[in-house]
Design a binder for this molecule. Structure first.
Ligand code: FE
Length: 335
């Protein structure tokens, strides 16, 4: 009987442990993170609830909900939104030895309010039958006259482009970046439209010769189950920009724990799980992103592109210059 009662108490305790949860507001599509959250649940018993939406919508919602928000964590696919959340005083400081050890200093907030979880590079892609690789060099050089009517890139409303321009401002200053912006826009083969994958397809179709995209879109198309994606991607090559300048522009997907968090301990546990070996290998193998942990190996597609010099700019600056970038893109006519 005593045994039976202890078993009941044990099961009851287990159930209360199981009741632990983390609630995420995520700008990352659920499919791209769900298997990781399931694994976290399997390992810890902590349930993860996820609400997905556009980053700006989620930020507005968090502001409106304020202290009453059910969310513990904000997850985004670009650093600018994390910085915005910090500026809106939505995030709290997290002191985790593990996070500080694994994530390089330039990929986490100086005030410990947000943390990069995976790395992406914004690269030049080109059509090898129409572009001599030796003619490519830096982002800066894409403003040169030789590229007139040859460049495809998505619109200025896209945060990846905003962050690239913010990085240019941080590296070269406003004046030089504005001159570059004018030259770049002048070289567009068509008004910006579509996503990064569409720029790759446009180059494959001969609409333009050169484009700017995040590395994982090209990798994803190369490994796609859709034949048309593979055919298009195979017509394209990747070029690492800025190897003799500042290096390749890098961005992070990342997260921060909200001030409203009712499950702070569990949320920290989840953050630490996401920078751990299992999750990091998943980011590389499935999402074709670079591991935030420099000690880990990357997927075979990423490896096939070889080593490159990354811009080691502190990503806090991408948030700092986001508004300047937006205004500059507007002034130079980047639609
Ligand atoms: Fe993306």
């Amino acid at each position: 009987m005593t045994k039976y009662i202890s078993l009941l108490i044990f099961l009851f305790t287990l159930q209360s442990v199981n009741a632990a949860e983390v609630n995420i507001y995520s700008a990352r599509k659920e499919a791209l993170i769900k298997p990781l959250l399931d694994q976290f649940h399997k390992e810890t018993g902590i349930a993860v609830n996820i609400v997905t939406g556009k980053a700006d919508t989620l930020l507005k919602r968090l502001e409106a909900e304020n202290k009453n928000s059910p969310a513990d964590m904000l997850l985004t696919v670009d650093v600018a939104r994390l910085v915005r959340a910090k500026e809106k005083a939505l995030l709290q400081e997290i002191d985790s030895k593990l996070l500080n050890e694994i994530i390089p200093k330039n990929y986490r907030d100086d005030d410990k309010q947000w943390f990069g979880l995976s790395l992406r590079s914004r690269v030049i892609v080109y059509a090898p039958d129409r572009v001599n690789k030796n003619d490519l060099s830096s982002y800066m050089d894409l403003a040169n006259k030789e590229w007139i009517n040859r460049i495809c890139v998505r619109s200025s409303s896209n945060v990846y482009n905003q962050s690239l321009v913010a990085a240019m401002i941080a590296n070269y200053g406003l004046l030089k970046t504005e001159r570059w912006g004018r030259g770049l826009v002048n070289n567009f083969a068509r008004p910006p439209k579509g996503g990064d994958r569409d720029q790759i397809k446009a180059i494959a179709a001969g609409v333009c010769d050169v484009g700017l995209v995040n590395n994982y879109y090209l990798a994803g198309m190369l490994e796609s189950s859709q034949k048309s994606d593979v055919v298009a991607a195979k017509k394209i090559r990747l070029f690492w920009p800025g190897q003799n300048a500042h290096g390749v522009h890098m961005n992070v997907s990342g997260a921060g724990i909200l001030k409203s968090a009712k499950n702070k301990k569990e949320a920290i546990q989840l953050l630490e799980f996401l920078v751990g070996d299992y999750a990091q290998k998943w980011y590389a193998d499935i999402n074709y992103e670079y591991s935030i942990n420099p000690k880990l190996k990357n997927s075979s597609v990423l490896k096939s592109w070889g080593k490159f010099k990354a811009d080691d700019l502190n990503l806090n600056l991408l948030g700092k210059y986001n508004t300047d970038a937006l205004m500059l893109m507007d002034r130079v006519g980047w639609k």
